[in-house]
Design a binder for this molecule. Structure first.
Ligand code: NZQ
Ligand code: ZN
Length: 391
C-alpha cells in the first residue's frame, strides 16, 4: 500500500425523508442562512416536486432564496461564472446544489469563483492551484446517483473556447453537507440511471486496475462494491422504485469517489481522460462515453496487468479459472464486462453517442492527457487506435 493522508470533511445524511428532517438545520449550521442560492439543472426538479419541497422548507423559515437554473450536463466555464455572479450580486450566504454531478460540479466552481478576484480557470483548472481562502459554503441534495461528486472536492468543467473538459479535486471545495434521499432518484430516466451506474463502476475500475497489486483493503472493498453495483443495477432496471437497489446504488456512488477506495492506490483514470475530451468535442453523456471506451481500452492493457484482470474475472464475475491460462481468464472477465454493458442497454460504439465522419478523432486523441497510473502508459497514437476500434 502506498502512504496516504485521508480527509473528508463533508457531513453525510442519508435516507428517505432526510431533506424534510435535516435541510433547515444544516443550512443554519453552515451559514447565517439569510440568503440561499438554489441551483439546479434543466428543470427535472420542478417536474418531480423536489424544487418546491426544498424552497418551501427555506422560505417557511423566513429565508430569502435566489435561483441559479439551467445548469447543463457537462457544465461550462461560462455557466460557472454566471453562478458566481448571481451569488455575489445577491449576497448569497450558501449555495444549495440540487441535482446530479453537473449541478454539483458547477456549484463547487461557482462557490470558489464567488470568492476569488482572479480567473479561476487559469488559476485552478488549467493546472492545479492552491486554495488559500474559503469558498462560499455549499450544501448538496443529490437527485441522481453516479459521479460521487457529493463527497469530494472534484469539479469537472468544460472550457468551450479551449475545447478542454477537465476536473480538479480541491478538499476546500467539498460540500459542507450532503442530503441523500434514494427516493429522489426514482424519477431519473432509465437511460441516465444506467449511465450513472456505469460511471460508478468506472470509478471503481479505474482505481482497482492500478498499482500496487499487493494485498490491500482498498481492492477488497472495490470488488465488493463492483458486485453490488452490478447486482443492484439489474434490480433497479427491473423495478425503478426498488428502494434497496436505489439506496445501494446511491451509496456505492459515494463510496466510489469519497477517496476511501483510492487510499494506497496509484489510480489510472485514463478512460476518464479520454471520455472527458470526447465530451469537450461532442458533448456526449459521461457514463455512456465510458461504457463505449472501457472494454476496448482494457483489451489494450490487460496483458500488462494480468494478475488483476484474472482477479476481476474470478471475484467480480464469478468466472472459474479451471483449465484456463491467465490470459484466457483475464480476457473472459473483460468480455463479461462487455456483455453486461450490452445487457443493460448502454451504447457500444462512438457512433451511437454522436461521433460521425466529421469528428476529428485525431484532434481529440491528441488533446487527451496520458496519465502515469495505467498498467500500460498510453500514447496519443494508441488512444487514436482505441477511438477507431470504438467507432
Ligand atoms: O438537468 P435536469 O433537468 O435536472 O436533468 C438531469 C440531466 O438531464 C437528469 N436528472 C438528474 N436528477 C434527476 C434527473 N431527471 C429526473 N429526475 C431526477 N431526480 O439527469 C441528467 C443528467 O444529469 P447530470 O448531472 O449531467 O449527470 P451526472 O450525475 O452523470 O453528472 C455528469 C457530470 O459530472 C462529471 C461528468 O464529467 C459530467 O460533467 N463528473 C464529475 C465527477 C466528480 N466531480 O467527482 C467525477 C465523474 O467522473 C464525472 O467526470
Ligand atoms: Zn466518471
Amino acid at each position: 500500500m502506498k502512504n496516504f493522508i485521508f480527509e473528508n470533511s463533508t457531513k453525510v445524511i442519508f435516507g428517505e425523508g432526510c431533506v424534510k428532517e435535516y435541510l433547515l438545520s444544516m443550512v443554519q449550521k453552515f451559514s447565517d442562512g439569510s440568503t440561499v442560492m438554489i441551483a439546479y439543472g434543466g428543470g427535472s426538479v420542478k417536474k418531480n416536486g423536489i424544487y418546491d419541497e426544498v424552497k418551501n422548507i427555506l422560505t417557511d423559515a423566513g429565508m430569502k432564496t435566489v435561483d441559479f437554473s439551467g445548469i447543463m450536463a457537462n457544465p461550462t466555464y461560462a455557466k460557472v461564472l454566471e453562478g458566481a455572479k448571481i451569488a455575489r450580486e445577491n449576497n448569497v450566504d450558501l449555495i444549495l446544489a440540487v441535482g446530479g454531478g453537473s449541478v454539483m460540479d458547477c456549484c463547487k466552481a461557482s462557490a470558489l469563483a464567488a470568492k476569488y478576484e482572479g480567473d479561476i480557470w487559469t488559476d485552478f483548472w488549467a493546472s492545479p492551484g492552491s486554495v488559500d481562502f474559503e469558498p462560499l459554503p455549499l450544501g448538496i441534495i443529490v437527485t441522481a446517483a453516479g459521479t460521487g461528486s457529493e463527497c469530494n472536492g472534484g469539479a469537472v468543467i468544460t472550457n468551450e473556447e479551449l475545447k478542454i473538459k477537465t476536473g480538479r479535486d480541491y478538499p476546500e471545495c467539498n460540500a459542507k453537507f450532503v442530503l441523500m434521499d434514494p427516493t429522489y432518484t426514482y424519477s431519473v430516466p432509465k437511460r441516465q440511471m444506467v449511465s450513472g451506474s456505469f460511471d460508478i463502476l468506472s470509478h471503481i475500475m479505474e482505481t482497482y486496475f492500478s498499482l500496487p497489486d499487493d494485498d490491500n483493503v482498498s481492492d477488497d472493498i472495490s470488488e465488493a462494491l463492483m458486485r453490488s453495483v452490478i447486482r443492484n443495477l439489474r434490480k433497479a432496471v427491473k423495478d425503478p422504485k426498488d428502494y434497496t437497489a436505489r439506496s445501494n446504488l446511491m451509496w456505492a456512488a459515494t463510496m466510489g469517489e469519497n477517496r476511501i477506495i483510492k487510499l494506497g492506490k496509484q489510480m489510472d483514470f485514463e478512460c476518464h481522460q479520454m471520455e472527458h475530451q470526447l465530451g469537450a468535442y461532442i458533448d456526449c453523456n459521461h457514463g455512456e462515453g465510458l461504457a463505449v471506451l472501457h472494454p476496448v481500452y482494457y483489451r489494450h492493457i490487460y496483458k500488462n496487468g494480468l494478475y488483476k484482470f484474472c482477479r476481476f474475472a474470478a471475484e467480480v464475475w464469478g468466472i472459474s479459472s479451471e483449465g484456463k491460462t491467465q490470459e484466457h481468464l483475464a480476457a473472459e472477465g473483460i468480455e463479461a464486462l462487455a456483455d453486461f454493458i450490452k445487457e443493460i442497454g448502454l451504447p457500444t460504439t462512438l457512433r451511437q453517442i454522436g461521433v460521425n465522419e466529421e469528428t476529428d478523432l485525431k484532434a481529440i486523441a491528441d488533446s487527451c492527457n496520458c496519465v502515469p497510473g495505467s498498467y500500460k502508459k498510453m500514447t496519443h497514437e494508441e488512444i487514436l487506435e482505441i477511438f477507431k476500434e470504438c467507432y
